[in-house]
Every structure is written in C-alpha cells, then in structure tokens.
Design a protein around this ligand. Structure first.
Ligand code: G3P
Ligand code: CA
Length: 271
C-alpha cells in the first residue's frame, strides 16, 4: 500500500503515549514533564476510578507490573484500592529495573498521579488525551461525568471544544456515547481493536466521533484517505521505530501515539 504515499504533512500532532514512556516510567509526572520538554503536543492519560472514587492515571487494570510497595496496597486491581493506599506505591523503580540503560535515580519514588494533580500541574498550558478505561467502580457519577466535572473545574472544557485541548478516547463506544450525551461538544476518539478498522465501521464512528485511533497494524495510506473522506481524524497507536514513524507519518495521519516523542519530532522536523 506504500506505492503512492503522498508528501509528509507536517501538521501532525505528537501524542506522548503514557507520557514519554520510552524514556521514563509511564504515567508519572516525570514522564509527562519529559514529553512536554520533547515537544509533544499531547500527553496521554489512561484513567481508572479508585475504590474511593478518585480518577488516577495508570495503564494496566492491575498494579503488579508497575507498582512497588506494600503488597496489600500495591498489587492487584487498581480499582480495589483507595487513593491513600495507592499513594504508598513507588511507580518508578520497576522502570529502572526493567531498563537499566535509561534508569534515573529521580524515577524512584514517583507516585501515581490523580487526574486532578495532572490538571493542577499543567493547567491550560498543555493538551490532554484522556482514555477512560473500564474499571470496577460503577457507582454514579460515572467516570465520564467525573472527568467532565474536572474539566469544567480546571477551565479545560472551552479549550477542548474550541481547539481540542482535551480529547477523550475509549475503546468502548457506549462510554463515548455517554460522554456525548453529557456534553455533545467534547471531541471524541474511538479506539479500535486490531483488525476492526474498515470503511463500514468508520462510517458508523463518523456519526459521533471527531476521530479514530486504530492500532498501527491496521493502518494504510488508503485507510487514512477513507477516514479523511468521512471527516474523521486518524491517530494510530503506538509507533516507536524511526522507520515506522517515517512511514506512518507519510500516510498523512493527523498525528500518532508514540512512547518516544523525540523520535517523532525528529521525523517531522526532517520533512
Ligand atoms: O489510547 C491509545 C492506546 O494507548 C491504546 O492502547 O492499551 O496503550 O491504552 P493502550
Ligand atoms: Ca491508552
């Protein structure tokens, strides 16, 4: 499908996947800070509700891979812990153990951030790309409602509506449809599971979503053209190798998720 690749479009956005998570422990303030230093336009948050109803930033459903600390607080499902329990966990040491070549002493003792702490730290200066993850806490208000409340409290709704300062993403269509019911103007991104991205599904998604986030393995130049024909932005996940970054950027995507914002920045600047 690479035969007719159009010239690289340079108005592509860099979405720092879990922060600059190739260089620093994912979903820590250190990873978000570094992503912004590297020129990412968006920092990504995956969010769950804690047992006591606080939105926190973590990718996995469980703490086991990325948390170190007392087993009763730092293993098992994130949704079964209170915020006080989670705040005892060290979210950086695993990275130093796993990636000794990229280890830094300051990563030890990084704490799980609440979404509110992230909004407090970066305010309206940055763009957020927030994924609502399926969690254990189904007590109202929903995670979508709580996210919206936080966006309103921190003055982010207006920027979201007017210039996509906050994009809300989910794999679950009903979550996005609920967000749309709560506030029809918030721009949404429908994430796709592998092998599900095609013209028919995209036509449905175009009815409620600003854009689509397919796995990079589903993406071709013609798929990008089809998405654009339906008025959908396309942000594939997750692209890390320089040759892949160059190739996917060449498909005229509207941006992409990467663990290495610096590499994508270099590709965009070279074109
Ligand atoms: O949100 C885009 C991408 O992050 C989806 O996959 O599993 O990394 O959340 P995951
Ligand atoms: Ca995600």
């Amino acid at each position: 499908d690479g035969a007719d690749i159009p010239p690289l479009k340079t108005d592509q956005v860099i979405v720092a996947h879990r922060g600059a998570s190739g260089h620093a422990p994912e979903h820590t303030l250190a990873a978000y800070d570094l992503a912004l230093e590297m020129g990412a336009e968006y920092i990504e948050q995956d969010v769950y509700s804690t047992a006591d109803g606080v939105l926190v930033c973590l990718h996995d459903t469980t703490l086991d891979r990325t948390a170190r600390g007392p087993a009763e607080n730092c293993s098992g499902s994130v949704g079964s812990k209170t915020l006080a329990q989670l705040k005892t966990c060290d979210m950086g040491s695993w990275f130093n153990e796993t990636h000794p070549d990229r280890a830094r002493p300051e990563y030890v003792g990084q704490r799980i951030p609440t979404l509110e702490e992230v909004f407090q730290r970066y305010g309206r200066e940055v763009n957020y790309y927030i994924e609502i993850k399926p969690g254990l806490d189904l007590t109202p208000p929903s995670v979508a409602q709580r996210l919206l409340d936080l966006m309103n409290r921190y003055g982010l709704r207006e920027g979201s509506v007017q210039r996509r300062q906050v994009l809300v993403q989910s794999f679950i269509p009903t979550v996005l449809l609920e967000m749309r019911r709560l506030d029809p103007e918030i721009p949404l991104i429908q994430l796709m599971q592998p092998f599900t991205t095609n013209a028919a599904t995209m036509a449905l998604i175009a009815g409620y979503s600003f854009g689509i986030g397919p796995p990079v393995s589903d993406v071709s130049a013609s798929l990008v053209q089809q998405a654009h024909g339906l008025g959908l932005a396309m942000h594939p996940y997750t692209v890390d190798e320089p040759m892949d970054l160059e190739r996917i950027a060449g498909y005229c995507v509207d941006g992409l998720f990467t663990n290495f914002p610096d590499r994508y920045r270099a590709v965009l600047e070279a074109n």
